[in-house]
Design a protein around this ligand. Structure first.
Ligand code: ATP
Length: 217
């Protein structure tokens, strides 16, 4: 079983890392691929280069068994469509179960994703929710794919929808960027090694220096 965890990771923080670790154990994943997007289709371009976000990701997961920093979206031209990412993984792993993990917030906007229905041709979709938070998908498309047992995902390589409660940590990259821009201290919201890198490269400052790591990718 292969997990896919996509994001802007601008920067990666403990909200991402804790949930990634939990789903790795819950779904008994052989590998969890954390995939930074080059150009998110639905949002503003992050002001930090993809390569820089990748370096922070690598620092964050250094030594974590089974976690892989996957650069395929950064290596591809144009917008980062998850459906293209899953198709390329599927070509590499024709038989494996692949699970795409997304947050409940992302799931609420899923129907705006490029060719979103085809995500289910290549992978299962697991929505990470807060405990005791139940999302009842209204569309027939989702209801047909919804399963209530985690174990069901091993029965097929793709095509199911499952809701998994994870530990909610109220951390966002936006909050971290704001803390840094206002000269605050975001320690303990993200790994120390990532924070040291941010300070070294003076990322997320209110008045950015003309640093090679800044400006759009
Ligand atoms: P931003 O604040 O810049 O929007 P973010 O912190 O939400 O960023 P993303 O990189 O956009 O991070 O998120 C990638 C994925 O991680 C999404 O599926 C999102 O739902 C999930 N995620 C983000 N923060 C958390 C958190 N604190 N707990 C659980 N999942 C999270």
């Amino acid at each position: 079983m292969i997990g896919v965890y996509g994001g802007t990771f601008n920067p990666i923080h403990y909200g991402h890392l804790r949930t990634a670790l939990e789903v790795q154990a819950l779904f008994n994943l052989d590998q969890l691929r954390l995939i930074p997007c080059r150009q998110p289709p639905h949002r503003e371009q992050p002001e930090v280069l993809g390569q820089t976000r990748m370096e922070m990701l690598q620092l964050a997961i250094d030594g974590v068994a089974g976690f892989i920093a996957d650069s395929r979206e950064l290596d591809r031209e144009g917008p980062s469509y998850m459906v293209d990412t899953l198709r390329s993984l599927r070509q590499e792993m024709p038989e494996q179960s692949i699970i795409l993990f997304i947050g409940a917030d992302a799931f609420l906007g899923l129907e705006k994703w490029h060719r979103w229905q085809q995500l289910f041709d290549y992978a299962h979709l697991v929505v990470m929710t807060r405990p005791n938070f139940s999302l009842q998908p209204e569309s027939e498309f989702f209801r047909q794919r919804l399963v209530s047992q985690r174990e069901m995902l091993a029965a097929k390589s793709a095509g199911y929808l499952f809701f998994q409660a994870v530990t909610p940590l109220d951390i966002s990259a936006t909050q971290i960027r704001q803390i840094i821009a206002t000269d605050g201290n975001p320690q303990f919201l993200l790994p120390d090694a990532v924070l040291a890198f941010i300070r070294q490269h003076q990322l997320y400052q209110a008045a950015p220096l003309n640093d090679r790591t800044l400006n759009a990718n």
